[in-house]
Unconditional design. Structure first.
Length: 462
């Protein structure tokens, strides 16, 4: 793991920071925007669903595009859409414009996350893959308390005569523009280059990693060891239908269930938290304070995940986190005192971010290179679709039955997801090729498909 690897992880984290910023922005602004634009009924549901429906489209389209044109090109597309949509939100004159702009933002965010996961999988060494992927998301999750504190400073205020909620959108757009320029220096994934037959370019990218390792003291094995090594065959591009045939079909189904159920368990806390607190009798300022304190658990939980994901099998980390979310979320739904609401909200956020990072890491290890971003995109699209559907039954459930019913439904979803994940494959510490050995077409070699950047030099003959 070289300084160059770490620099690229930091670039990923910077981009993800503003994606997470946008995802949590609605938790802070929902009450204010509801009053500003008189949102209710169908308009409220459409507003809440606009980003996630856009995310569904972005995940499906951009995920497939990234497997066709490369990871780097897909990054530029997603950031452009996100930046344009966010700055447009800051100037939106009415609710329908805001809904349209948030749909565009959703397309960008929806494509961003599957590409990020695929890129991290492509470049990180197996033994440190979980740690540094979690680190990329840990840096990003600092955005959650940032959103909380900015909401305390800006919501219901008008610096320079401009509504505070518009400032919060503008801040997100400026950050995305900065990330766009930083990411121009990213190389293309060498694994992806190999799968499309651009081996010379893949070798140039890999050589950069090798030189970086040598500059930090790494040396190739002696010549006799190199002569005995057998260069692994290049991975062939697999047809999309392989995702729905054994053995990948089981992984596709498991991850689909996990991503579809996830938003149900998290939605009540992330999107309806401010409304739930107001329903319990707390005013807007108190609700924002409780949410901000709860959001402090986001980077803490994400940081803890860095030190957990390499110590236990990913699927068992996921199972425990899902069960904890069910229990804490249910208690949060029925809590009445300010102390209990804040403490349970903080604990829920900690556990939820351990679960989120573990899910991303587990997902990026499931599929072969030529299908990785396509599979990630389709699975993320289910997440967006589930999130988009949530307002249409969670909001009526909230107003019709009460806060407790929302969290009860979420707990049931988490229990079902934990049961499904228990049947997943083992991935910790294994190379992507070893995890995906069974997914190769019949008759292909059983050795590794393509060496990762940190091992490629050792397979060359003198």
């Amino acid at each position: 793991m070289t300084a160059r690897h770490k620099r690229f992880v930091n670039v990923m984290a910077l981009g993800n920071f503003f994606e997470i910023y946008e995802l949590f922005l609605m938790s802070a602004l929902l009450s204010t925007l509801k009053e500003t634009f008189s949102l209710s009924g169908i308009s409220l549901s459409l507003f809440l669903a606009s980003t996630v429906v856009g995310g569904f489209l972005g995940a499906v389209v951009v995920g497939r595009v990234a497997d066709r044109i490369g990871r780097r090109g897909a990054y530029m597309i997603t950031l452009s859409l996100y930046s344009a949509g966010t700055i447009a939100c800051a100037f939106a004159p009415d609710i329908w414009t805001l809904i349209a702009c948030r749909f565009v933002i959703g397309v960008g965010i929806g494509g961003e996350l599957p590409v990020t996961d695929a890129y991290l999988a492509d470049i990180l060494p197996p033994a440190r893959r979980g740690y540094y992927a979690a680190k990329a998301y840990t840096c990003a999750h600092v955005a959650v308390p940032v959103v909380g504190f900015l909401s305390l400073l800006l919501v219901d205020k008008a610096p320079l005569g401009v509504a505070g909620w518009r400032w919060m959108f503008a801040i997100g757009s400026l950050g995305a523009v900065l990330t766009f320029f930083v990411r121009r220096g990213l190389p293309e994934s060498p694994r992806w280059l190999e799968t499309v037959g651009r081996s010379a370019e893949a070798d140039k990218v890999t050589a950069v990693f090798e030189k970086a390792a040598e500059a930090e003291g790494w040396r190739p094995p002696p010549a006799p060891m190199q002569e005995e090594a057998v260069p692994p065959p290049v991975e062939k591009r697999l047809p999309v239908r392989m995702l729905f045939r054994a053995p990948l079909a089981r992984r596709t189904a498991l991850m689909a269930l996990l991503w579809a159920l996830g938003p149900i368990g998290y939605y009540g806390f992330s999107s309806l938290a401010s409304l739930a607190l107001q329903a319990k009798g707390f005013d807007l300022d108190s609700s924002l304070t409780f949410m901000t304190l709860s959001f402090l658990g986001s980077p803490i939980g994400s940081y803890l995940s860095m030190h957990i994901v390499e110590r236990a099998e990913r699927k068992w980390i996921l199972c425990v986190a899902l069960l904890a979310m069910a229990a804490i979320g249910l208690a949060y739904g029925y809590a009445r005192s300010a102390v209990m609401i804040t403490a349970l909200g903080f604990c829920f956020t900690v556990v939820a971010n351990i679960k989120t990072n573990a899910t991303h890491i587990y997902q990026l290890e499931q599929f072969p290179t030529s299908l990785r971003t396509t599979a990630n995109g389709w699975l993320f699209s289910l997440n967006r679709l589930s999130s988009g559907a949530a307002p249409f039954y969670m909001v009526p459930l909230f107003y019709g039955v009460g806060v407790g019913a929302v969290y009860m439904v979420g707990a049931a979803a988490m229990l079902l997801a934990a049961t499904a994940v228990a049947f997943g494959v083992r991935t910790r510490g294994l190379s992507l090729e070893n995890i995906n050995t069974a997914s190769r077409p019949e008759g292909s070699p059983t050795t590794a498909l393509i060496p990762s950047p940190h091992t490629r030099a050792t397979t060359r003959k003198p």
